[in-house]
Design a protein around this ligand. Structure first.
Ligand code: MN
Length: 246
């Protein structure tokens, strides 16, 4: 029985090494890391909805602390700092949502909030770009949010900063300017679900892995972006993101 297992494993290994793909294998999306030549490979992108009470209110919703809302974007939706973001197809109401992004350097499942902090590799700032018209249609019909949220180029993210290099706390400010005018501003202390609580809740739904990113929700002030708009997002002392809608 032991010999059988060994043989199977060896065959599996040889098969993997010799694998030729029937179509070109997609590249692994990745983000730059501040102060390093190495990049952070992106595995999945999880997002939480309604994590700031003032934003939930402006959307006509309320916060249900017991039932966080999660959705996903594809990993290759990431757009690096400084790159142009193409105005997406199929919408006439593209909205910005500035958010702190948490990058996981380790994984796990069924974690407590106390266990969850150990998974954090670093932080960045990102835009959860949203086709608000398609999201509104989906909400009205009780349909999934994918068409509103999970489109191509929907996740501009800054270079990431190692958690060991920075102090991220309740007083840390998160803000967005468009064409030099303030659009969104908050402190992280306004989050309904803290980062450890978000990671713990996700870990009860998915086995989290190194490389996963988490968008941690947006404060009030979401609004439309137009072609030609220049955006500047900042997580104070941690990360900056610049780009233009084209
Ligand atoms: Mn969001």
């Amino acid at each position: 029985m032991l010999r059988c297992d060994h043989t199977t494993a060896s065959i599996g290994f040889v098969t993997l090494v010799a694998m030729k793909t029937i179509i070109p294998a997609p590249a692994t999306p990745s983000l730059p890391v501040v102060g390093s030549e190495q990049r952070f490979p992106v595995r999945r992108i999880f997002c939480i909805g309604r994590n700031y009470a003032d934003h939930a209110k402006e959307m006509g919703s309320t916060v249900d602390k017991a039932a966080p809302i999660f959705f996903c974007k594809p990993a290759d939706a990431v757009v690096s700092d400084g790159a142009d973001v193409p105005y997406p197809q199929a919408t006439s109401d593209l909205h910005h949502e500035v958010e702190m992004v948490v990058a996981l350097g380790d994984g796990g499942r069924d974690l407590t909030p106390e266990q969850s902090s150990a998974l954090i590799w670093g932080y960045g700032v990102g835009l959860d770009l949203t086709r608000r018209d398609l999201q509104a249609q989906a909400k009205a019909k009780g349909n999934p949010w994918d068409t509103g949220k999970a489109f191509d180029h929907s996740a501009p993210v800054s270079a990431l900063r190692a958690a060991s290099d920075v102090d991220v706390n309740a007083q840390t400010t998160l803000q967005l300017e468009v064409n030099g005018s303030p659009r969104q501003h908050t402190t992280l202390g306004e989050m309904v679900h803290s980062v450890p609580e978000i990671i713990a809740a996700l870990s009860h739904l998915f086995e989290l892995k190194a490389g996963d990113l988490i968008f941690t929700g947006t404060p009030a002030g979401v609004a439309a972006l137009q072609r030609g708009d220049a955006f500047y997002a900042e997580l104070q002392g941690v990360a900056e993101l610049r780009g233009r809608i084209v």
